[in-house]
Design a binder for this molecule. Sequence first.
Ligand code: FAD
Length: 342
Amino acid sequence: MRDLVVAGGGPVGLATALYAARAGLDVVVREPRAGPIDKACGEGLMPGAVVALAELGVVPAGHPIVGIRYVDGSSRAEAPFRCGIGLGVRRTALHATMLDAVSRAGITVTGPEVRQIRHRSDHILVDDEPARYLVAADGLHSRIRGLVGLDAPAAGDRRRRYGLRRHANLAPWTDFVEVHWSAIGEAYVTPVSGDQVGVALLTAQRRGFDDLIGQFPAVADRLAGRDLTRVRGAGPLRQRVHGRVCGRVLLVGDAAGYVDALTGEGIALGLAQARAAVAAVAADDPHRYDTQARRLGRRHTALTVGLLVATRPTALRRRLVPAARWLPGVFGAVVDQLARPA
Ligand SMILES: Cc1cc2nc3c(=O)[nH]c(=O)nc-3n(C[C@H](O)[C@H](O)[C@H](O)COP(=O)(O)OP(=O)(O)OC[C@H]3O[C@@H](n4cnc5c(N)ncnc54)[C@H](O)[C@@H]3O)c2cc1C
């Protein structure tokens, strides 16, 4: 019987498999889609994520990121990372590099998707295949989270936020990730190579990219006349969970619950969860992961929820960038928290 089946071959599922192989576990990844897989993502790896990936032998090509800059009209505030350099990486480049590392580690990635789970006293049946444990890394709308009853009720309609992303063939004008604030949401601009930037819009409005981008005139001006890639979308972003462990099933990455892409540390957090989940499986103590995952997510949840709530009233939203500018120590400390390893 296998030690571990990982459901989902996105970045967090593949990292889980790499940690598992390093721990001497017999692991297989179930992923229905052939790679490299693209997805709506701001594509900014925080310095902590860059270090964690390098430790797994994953060093993708990208564009260095030196910090975060907030922009609102003519007002701007920036905070450099204090603990290393981040990386803007096309999702497809990150996935291809991870698939390569997984293949070098001798790990099989195979379809189809996981459809059914049956709990047994000392193992689990994953579509009839016995395994000691299942780690579910099947993304924001995790089917496995629902199958094991860990889904919690969603946020109300008005508060649901969505993400839309495109790339423009445009040389980056800065090594900072720029977050442009407007009344309807945020536009993230991430340099991903010497001649391309990614633009991710985060908003509660259910309108198209071309319609929304007009709310961010400084970004819209840069994109005017440029070749843009097709729009990719994701959402609703907020996904709540009752817990992250049910019997021999452990949830990691977006499947383990998600707050918002506003603070751009989904992958850093997912990598830390992957490492903790594998340690719990190796120790045959899955419940220890539940406690650790809660601890790992605490800082991310507090910062993201805090920022979302603080910027909900339009008047406060308008004051955010000037406040960050006049309180550089506070803004720097927040960015430092986001940049550090989870
Ligand atoms: C607009 C936006 C901007 C973002 N910006 C950033 C950013 O700048 N930096 C950052 O770090 N994070 C960012 N994030 C978050 C980041 O994209 C996610 O945290 C990350 O992709 C999570 O990876 P994952 O492997 O958990 O899930 P995914 O990448 O979604 O992978 C899940 C995989 O599971 C597979 N799957 C689904 N169902 C099954 C099944 N039943 N069986 C087997 N496989 C299955 C899918 O095919 C998929 O490949 C952003 C997110 C959004 C939406």
